[in-house]
Design a protein around this ligand. Sequence first.
Ligand SMILES: *Cc1c(COP(=O)(O)O)cnc(C)c1O
Length: 363
Amino acid sequence: MNKPIQVTRSSMPSFEEYIEEIKGMWDSHWLTNMGVKHKELQSRLSDYLDISNITLFTNGHLALECAISALNLTGEVITTPFTFASTTHAIVRNGLEPVFCDINPNDYTIDADKLEDLITEKTSAIIPVHVYGNVCNVNVIEKIARKYNLKVIYDAAHAFGVKVNGLGIANFGDISMFSFHATKVFNTIEGGAVIFKNSSLRKILNDIKNFGITGPESVEYIGGNAKMNEFQAAMGICNLRHVDKEIEKRKVIVEKYVERLSNVYGIKLCKPQIGVRKNYAYFPVVFDGYKLNRDEIFEKLKENNIFARKYFYPLTNSYECYKGRFDVKKTPVAEYIANRVLTLPLYADLPVDDVDRICDIIL
Ligand SMILES: *Cc1c(COP(=O)(O)O)cnc(C)c1O
């Protein structure tokens, strides 16, 4: 039996590179609370991401929760069910009502043409997801947000390094959230960031992630603890040096998959988006009318010690914890895709021979 192939594998710098980066901490004894590594990573990321306002978090989920809280949203938030648990939970945990918009069948992002019908007096924001690193219909979303005076927060957890006509993805909307989780294209072990357009948000975001403490004797917000520590930031500094090379390697893997799996009856791949610099974060395949269905392919691969992932299945609006609250029939495209999609193993060091073997099994 071949050794197991997981759906992903975390990028890591060499042991020596990381040790060099964290050595100084044994002199400073400064381990968290916005230390030197934290500051350095923050500034390197603003350069890399081509943005001016950024604040780091201990993970992407809390970054999103804090972003929602900082904007003081009320009532209803329009979002997508075709996402990771985090997006929907962050809305609900802020005491807001998610309203689910269907996705478009081409890139699986929120269907911007269906947004307007879902807007009510209570709507305060739209939270779309650049799912798989595919770029949402940012122009239409912006137009609608302006017309109805809504905030836009992008869940950009999948979209690190993506550019649209040369512009960093986080330049769209009021806020974008990145996840730097171990499984993402760029990782800080666990970690995340909020990128924001209006620089007056800096103070509240920084306060909310530190218990709402605003001064030595004042606590103005009911904040939580979501600070990134120095070991995370050091990992980020190291990984950032290599991320472009990692994305290049991912590209080679994806090109191999595309070569083998395109033009096969019943297999649907995402088409490249015009003007978009991709990050090759995921390789979703939709089995629609293929000789085997998604679950059968999933099992076949598993028998061969290859672990693909049904990502995103189930939809967030069908979770047990939301039982009876939402109707998945209102997002039929999302339901259709969720029942047929499989993301195949993809990481920078996945050998091309293994990609061939995975394709042989599928075909
Ligand atoms: C990973 C992810 C998150 C959450 O990020 P964490 O860093 O794991 O907390 C949120 N949304 C999406 C779409 C994700 O994939």
